[in-house]
Design a protein. Structure first.
Length: 148
């Protein structure tokens, strides 16, 4: 394993991670909406998650190497890599107005509304980064195909 102090990332990795974070902020309604809903606490975990995905997928870095570089545990890296997006999609779908459609229902499991009332950073960041990273890669693939 490399010494994390000698681990450097390319400008392309930085750009890709930044692109993922910016797209994720857009998915959450923009920076102002995040502040209004008290969701800005997700940003540090979102940046870490974006780097986890880009370093693993594009740089083929090992879990322990990524963890050392980011100063997080290997378990945190693995959590990002395994993060499910289903609850994230439900939360995004109902995030703006979680009550209006479900006013007649008192049990969320019957109504289809998400049972989590907040976007908790430690659970949301990995799933959101994965969701957005897939979008970014698809968009870049489409641009590449269109250029040919």
């Amino acid at each position: 394993m490399n010494d994390p102090s000698s681990f450097t990332v390319s400008a392309e990795v930085d750009d890709r991670a930044r692109h993922v974070v910016m797209h994720a902020v857009e998915q959450l309604g923009g920076a102002a909406a995040m502040v209004r809903h008290g969701e800005q606490a997700i940003l540090p975990a979102l940046v870490e998650s974006a780097y986890v995905l880009v370093l693993r997928d594009e740089e083929h870095r090992e879990v322990n190497e990524i963890a050392q570089f980011l100063g997080i545990s290997p378990g945190a890296v693995e959590s990002v890599l395994a993060a499910p997006t289903e609850k994230l999609l439900a939360r995004l779908r109902y995030g703006e107005d979680p009550g209006a459609e479900f006013d007649g229902h008192t049990a969320p499991e019957w109504s289809g509304a998400p049972t989590e009332t907040r976007l908790e950073p430690q659970f949301l960041a990995g799933a959101l980064a994965k969701f957005v990273y897939d979008i970014v890669r698809r968009e870049e693939g489409e641009r590449s195909e269109a250029a040919h």
